[in-house]
Design a protein around this ligand. Structure first.
Ligand code: UDP
Ligand code: MG
Length: 136
């Protein structure tokens, strides 16, 4: 049975800075994702703090929010069968050192903080994150 889903994807500042946007978008397209909407934005630090609120208590929260708001990012709505899990699989492990061969983070990630992409981790968070960037 098909299970069409949408998930929120972000190409993070380290990848935008290195001109990897088209290359990374092609990774999604090759894997069968349709890019339903996309925009290039630069977040204010307060936006990043809201977006990553689930990590509020973590030791890396402050650096993470500073980093995500440090330069332009590309936010996209990706659609495909089982998009949420499929995107997590394609991205690879949070730390590029542990990411499998062929994953985006393995190919492009620099470090655990500069890991090139974000992807929603659940149906609930996909909805929240898509609304965060695209609700008018
Ligand atoms: N992060 C970090 N240090 C850590 C763990 C996470 O800088 O020890 C950053 C990393 O960029 C990651 C983001 O915080 O992508 C969100 O963490 P999460 O555990 O949700 O990982 P993800 O869902 O992005 O794989
Ligand atoms: Mg996460």
């Amino acid at each position: 049975m098909s299970n069409l889903q949408q998930t929120l994807s972000i190409i993070k500042p380290d990848a935008v800075e290195r001109n990897l946007v088209e290359e990374i978008k092609n990774e999604f397209k090759k894997d069968g994702f349709e890019i339903k909407n996309e925009k290039k934005i630069k977040l204010a630090k307060s936006d990043a703090e809201q977006f990553y609120k689930v990590h509020e208590t973590k030791p890396f929260y402050k650096d993470l929010c500073e980093y995500l708001s440090s330069g332009p990012i590309i936010v996209m709505i990706l659609e495909k069968d089982n998009a949420i899990a499929a995107n997590r699989e394609l991205m690879g492990a949070t730390d590029p050192k542990n990411a499998k061969e062929g994953t985006i983070r393995k190919k492009y990630g620099i470090s655990i903080d500069k890991n090139s992409v974000h992807g929603s981790d659940s149906i609930e968070n996909a909805k929240i994150e898509i609304d965060f960037f695209f609700k008018s």
